[in-house]
Design a protein. Structure first.
Length: 122
């Protein structure tokens, strides 16, 4: 059974664990979430945890060879990233609250994500 994660695709997150940028690491970097893998508790973040893949040169239909080194993002554990608060651009925890919304004369209860740092809706 897959776990429920508080980070969603398209969120802006910051790496909060790992090696510092001065030592070649990714801590402190911010990026957009490209994909979420809840079954493995991992997220794919743009520009973070870049790895080099070596591709063997192969013959293509057009006659050219495509090979060499390619860099790709690798998934990072969700505990090593934190959502960035849109108000002050700092990492925050995510909370959920239920709000009553009135639509067409009826009240409806909706769960919304909010920043626990500022209390603002995300």
């Amino acid at each position: 059974m897959a776990n429920k994660l508080k980070i969603k695709k398209g969120d802006l997150v910051q790496v909060i664990a790992g090696a510092r940028q001065s030592r070649g690491g990714d801590r402190g970097k911010q990026g957009k979430v490209l994909a979420v893998y809840p079954e493995r508790n991992r997220v794919l973040v743009e520009g973070v945890n870049r790895v080099i893949k070596h591709k063997k040169a192969t013959q293509t239909q057009a006659g050219g060879t495509a090979g060499g080194r390619e860099t790709h993002e690798a998934p990072i554990h969700v505990s090593n990233v934190a959502l960035v608060d849109p108000k002050d651009n700092k990492p925050t925890r995510v909370g959920y609250r239920e709000e009553k919304v009135e639509r067409d004369g009826r009240t409806k209860t909706v769960r919304v994500r909010y920043s626990r740092r500022t209390g603002e809706e995300i």
